[in-house]
Design a protein around this ligand. Structure first.
Ligand code: ASP
Ligand code: MG
Length: 453
């Protein structure tokens, strides 16, 4: 057994083509501790598979299937053992054609089954690339043997105990022999039905694998060199963060930083696994360490922006000195599986935010029926096109003199809702989406750029 066990995840852009896969294999080769290699589908493939699922036209489906076939067989052309690997790919691709073209009903089960082919194909090629580059024997594992989930198709919940058991049974023995390549994102119910963990779920898979084998380090190799103080497309002098705590990183991913899937930190925190984020394109550039304890504890480490927020405000004079109103309100939301992010209340009204972005799970749940049910006991007001800005750092709730400069910077901006105090790691507020980028620029300059100078 190696001294350290590392689980490394390579995302879609890291799997884009033969060259990208080769770069990842070279990263692997340098480090004998990288034992479990978890991969995403090649970039764009999960989107194509989603289109395939959505399509109702046989010709369109055939076109998409052809594109998927060509892109994978083209990558395989660069392999030394092209013939052997192409046979495996063709088997998978034929099965995909069959599942897609013969489907009679459109179900979440079918969606998971179709989407799973993306990772099955990429991992089949990548295992071969790693073996070719390292000269080692590499084991390919069907993640569904280990990643046991519930049957909530398209957003399945992992069964941590079952995963640990299976990892011990199947994965650990393989690791003692050599490196293992497996798929992110996909899992299986106890009855063997394919599930997925939700879009972007490969990070989460990698963290769950790391947890199950008691890994020391989880590495996320992606297309950015590090976690940044804010989105560099909004603030060009945003800087890479060298280290950040679990709590801060969790807030950042929840509040919109696209680097990690929000659930990724959960297993890492449970098992105190150090997480590293780096770029597979420029692996020599320093990345970000996400740790339980960091040496520095800045009040504001990063600023995130999450678009497509909806603010719902409910008023009712019945709320005045009454009990049970909030319970009733949340009962309705819970019945319709509506996930609320922020809440503020006054004596007679409650405001809540919902994520209505394209990939937000359950975004369509807030429908006319819910509105009707709510209007039976309160007035409902809905505002769209809002963005949530979060300042993430340490002791924000007890740092005196913070809100003055923050809101001073927002003088001309209409701030729709503020949440401050519930968490020591964030202060967040909603603004009109049109002003959001400008606000991030001003705050970043004031609290990060000018402070570090
Ligand atoms: N391939 C899946 C997706 O695109 C999972 C992932 O990349 O993390 O959502
Ligand atoms: Mg991805």
């Amino acid at each position: 057994m190696p001294d350290l066990i590392k689980t490394a995840k390579f995302g879609g852009t890291s799997m884009a083509d033969f060259l990208a896969m080769t770069r990842c294999a070279q990263i692997v080769k340098k480090d004998p501790d990288k034992k479990v290699l978890v991969v995403s589908a090649t970039s764009g493939t999960t989107n194509l598979l989603t289109q395939l699922f959505d399509s109702t036209c046989a010709d369109e489906k055939r076109g998409i299937l052809k594109q998927i076939r060509e892109r994978h067989l083209t990558i395989a052309k660069s392999l030394d053992r092209e013939a052997e690997i192409s046979v495996k790919l063709i088997n998978l691709l034929d099965e995909l054609d069959e599942v897609s073209l013969s489907a009679k009903t459109v179900t979440p089960q079918l969606k998971d089954k179709l989407l799973s082919f993306g990772e099955m194909l990429s991992s089949t090629i990548f295992a071969e690339v790693v073996s070719q580059v390292t000269g080692e024997e590499v084991y390919w594992l069907d993640a569904r043997e280990v990643m046991i989930t519930d049957h909530h198709h398209t957003a399945a919940e992992p069964d941590i105990e079952a995963i640990a058991e299976k990892a011990e049974e199947v994965l650990l023995p393989l690791i003692s022999e050599g490196r293992v390549v497996t798929q992110g994102f996909i899992g299986s119910t106890k009855n063997g039905r394919t599930t997925t963990l939700g879009r972007g779920g490969s990070d989460y898979s990698a963290a769950l694998f790391a947890e199950a084998i008691n890994a020391d380090v989880l590495e996320i190799w992606t297309d950015v060199t590090a976690v940044y103080t804010t989105d560099p497309r909004i603030v060009p002098d945003a800087r890479p963060i060298t280290e950040i705590s679990f709590d801060e990183a969790a807030e950042l991913s929840v509040f919109g930083a696209k680097v990690l899937h929000p659930a990724t930190m959960v297993p890492a925190v449970r098992k105190n696994i150090r997480v590293y984020v780096g770029s597979s394109i420029q692996p020599e550039k320093p990345g970000t360490w996400i740790l339980k304890e960091t040496r520095s504890h800045p009040v504001i480490r990063a600023i995130s922006l999450r678009r497509d927020q909806t603010l719902i405000t409910v008023h009712s004079l019945d709320m005045l000195h009454q009990h049970g109103f909030l319970a009733r309100l949340f009962r309705v939301l819970s019945k319709h599986k509506i996930s609320v992010d922020l809440v503020t209340t006054s004596e007679v009204s409650v405001s809540l935010t919902l994520d209505t972005g394209a990939n937000a799970p359950g975004r369509e749940n807030f429908n006319e029926e819910v509105r009707k049910e709510l209007s039976e006991f309160c007035q409902v007001e809905i505002e769209n096109n809002l963005s949530l800005i979060a300042l993430v750092g340490n002791n924000l709730h007890t740092t005196s003199g913070l809100s003055g400069p923050v809101f001073g910077a927002l003088e001309d901006i209409n701030v729709r809702l503020i949440c401050h105090g519930a968490s020591s790691h964030n202060l967040c507020f909603l603004v009109d989406s049109k002003s959001a980028e400008g606000v991030v620029q001003v705050l970043h300059k004031k609290f990060i750029t000018d402070r570090i100078k």
